[in-house]
Ligand binder design. Structure first.
Ligand SMILES: [Zn+2]
Length: 251
């Protein structure tokens, strides 16, 4: 039961206001940000972290967002295929949270165990008005699918651990992966949008509770420091440009 590889899967790009990325930012500037999913392989388990956009959402996004790009290769099924994986080969899907750019592909995994925090699932089902544009019930209201709803930190398999990192949303979670050569990597999800969010401890501009969001950034930094690990931010174009992308992998 050993962790073997971590693949970064590109799921297109979209435009986003800087004011949505950084709490307190007032600039109306829009920037192009990557949408990413990650696949973790252990000796006996295949785990996906986040599922990107729903393919149903892509045409509308391309029509209304001049910064959005999305190629055939960016489809999650094609990214998985590039590393020899079909959706039915994925044992566990860990969803950082249920926003549309993270939970949009969950429907592809009818055979997998879908893992979210219980508080996230409950809130996403009945979000506050200010957040309702980020949650689409169709993405996670999936009758007959196998959900595992967590309440806090949880070891998924040895070397792969969910870390609760709420604040961006009420039940946000990150994923710690203990890789044999690279060392520990924390997939932050939207706890940390950019490297700047980590360095300056700036909560997301899109946020449920900025104080908890800041505490979660500090917590991930502490775990990374104590374990001598790295944090991968979710939507950082500079980080993404230099990240190893599938079919290459971190080992
Ligand atoms: Zn989000």
């Amino acid at each position: 039961m050993a962790v073997q590889a971590l693949y970064a899967l590109q799921n297109g790009f979209m435009g986003f206001e800087k004011s949505g990325l950084f709490f307190g930012e007032r600039s109306g500037e829009r920037v192009r940000i990557p949408i990413a999913c990650y696949l973790v392989r252990t000796s006996d388990t295949t785990i996906l972290f986040d599922t990107g956009l729903s393919p149903r959402a892509v045409p509308g996004l391309l029509r209304t967002d001049s910064l959005a790009t999305f190629t055939e290769a960016d489809l999650l099924v094609n990214r998985l295929d590039s590393v020899g994986i079909e959706p039915e080969n994925v044992d566990v899907v860990v969803l950082s949270h249920l926003h549309f750019d993270h939970a949009g592909g969950a429907f592809l995994f009818s055979k997998s165990e879908l893992v979210a925090q219980q508080d996230e699932y409950a809130y996403a089902s009945y979000p506050a008005g200010f957040f309702s544009g980020f949650y689409y019930k169709k993405n996670f209201d999936l009758p007959g699918y196998r959900w595992r709803l967590l309440d806090g930190d949880t070891e998924i398999v040895p070397g792969v651990t969910v870390l609760r990192s709420d604040g961006h949303t009420p039940g946000h979670q990150s994923l710690l992966i203990e890789l044999p050569q690279t060392g520990p990597v924390i997939l932050a999800g939207d706890c940390c949008y950019w490297q700047e969010s980590i360095d300056k401890e700036i909560p997301p501009g899109v946020v449920w509770d900025p104080t908890r969001a800041m505490h979660s950034i500090k917590r991930l930094k502490t775990v990374a420091r104590l374990m001598n690990g790295r944090i991968f931010p979710s939507h950082d174009p500079v980080f993404w440009a230099s990240a190893l992308k599938a079919p290459d992998a971190y080992h």
